[in-house]
Design a protein around this ligand. Structure first.
Ligand code: TYD
Length: 352
């Protein structure tokens, strides 16, 4: 099988999925990544020399390059993770989200259509999306596949638009597509702008822990390994043209998450819990901050037999441990050094 994965250097699930390079030695993997600020080839150091792994430095917004690489590689499966994903960034610079998420997805769909040219047997275009397309929940209820889209932020609106494009290519052209909408991912190798890695980094270096509003917003946390297994099962067994919601069944308030991080850091670094909790600082809320996300996983469970296997406490502890043991990885993604490295190896990137 020939598998093209987008966003393998930056997207937490994509780099995890690419570890399958070692397991599926008969398959060829191509990682297509623009190496924007969140992409770090160091995340794939353990697989980069595998004979069945290739990397291509391509920006999905550049249609001609996308067409060329897709037609050269001739994938059977495309797993499309690449996206701008951070809500706060989308509030500051929304246009880059349209470019990467809407144009980028549309370019990839069109390149796949051209490459496959109606020969769709054994082909799948997997589009990895977010539960944020459904908007926000109050204290009760859960997101499920039948809900209308009500995105709140430029980020979730751009993902909603990309989902619509995927469905349009399925309905209009018969492209063999499947969509997954997942809840908040966490785990090793996640760029430290997201809540969990940011708090781990700050707690372990004695910096303030900025909690938006009163910390009562709720997210459903999905361990990256469980997410990737769900995607793999949808790819193998899911129905074409369908959507599958994936959740971790681990709802927590943000304040509870931050306190749990303090607990793990306290244990692992042998520091008093009180001094870490004292770092918690309530800051101005995010504009349009969705109150709660939660996923009804009935469909993927009953149709495909998938279910989350990692509890939040276990996954979080492992994640904290990984970040504490890999300070060099964080330094490499946050220092100018990484950007200079990208420039040397791949030429300047627009986003860098
Ligand atoms: P985030 O990781 O940005 O994911 P998303 O916005 O896609 O859910 O944020 C998760 C939650 O944590 C969200 O409710 C916003 C909140 N948050 C903070 O309270 N402080 C922070 O510094 C960050 C980055 C997020």
């Amino acid at each position: 099988m020939r598998i093209l994965v987008t966003g393998g250097c930056g997207f937490i699930g994509a780099n995890f999925l690419l570890k399958k390079v070692q397991q599926f030695s008969d398959s060829q993997f191509l990682n297509l990544d623009a190496l924007t600020y969140a992409g770090n080839p160091l995340s794939l150091r353990d697989i980069e020399s595998a004979p069945n792994y290739q990397f291509a430095h391509v920006d999905l917004a550049d249609y001609e390059s996308v067409r060329q690489i897709v037609s050269e590689f001739k994938p059977d499966v495309i797993v499309h993770f690449a996206a701008e994903t951070h809500v706060d960034r989308s509030l500051k610079s929304p246009l880059s989200f349209l470019r990467s998420n809407v144009d980028g997805t549309t370019h990839l769909l069109e390149a796949a259509r051209e490459c496959w040219d109606g020969n769709y047997a054994g082909k799948v275009f997997m589009h990895v999306s977010t539960d944020e397309v459904y908007g926000e929940l109050g204290h009760t209820g859960k997101f499920h596949e039948e809900l209308p889209y009500r995105p709140s932020s430029p980020y979730s609106a751009s993902k909603a638009a990309s989902d619509h494009m995927v469905n349009a290519w399925f309905k209009s052209f018969g492209l063999p597509t499947k969509i997954t909408n997942c809840s908040n991912n966490y785990g090793p190798l996640q760029f430290p702008e997201k809540l969990i890695p940011l708090m781990i980094r700050n707690a372990s270096t004695g910096k303030p822990l900025p909690v938006y509003g009163d910390g009562s917003n709720v997210r459903d946390w999905l361990y990256v390994g469980d997410h990737v297994e769900a995607i793999w099962q949808v790819m193998e067994k899911g129905k074409l043209g369908e959507t599958y919601c994936i959740g971790g069944e681990s709802e927590r308030t943000n304040l509870d998450v931050v306190k749990a991080i303090c607990r793990s850091v306290s244990e692992l670094m042998n520091q008093p819990m009180e001094s870490l909790e004292r770092l918690i600082t309530f800051v101005t809320d995010r504009p349009g901050h969705d109150f709660r996300y939660a996923i009804d996983t009935s469909k993927i469970k009953s149709e495909l037999g998938w279910q989350p296997t990692v509890t939040f406490e276990e996954g979080l502890h492992q994640t904290v441990k990984w970040y504490l043991e890999n300070p060099g990885w964080i330094d490499s993604v946050t220092s100018g050094e990484y950007l200079r490295w990208v420039e040397e190896h791949y030429g300047a990137t627009e986003h860098a």
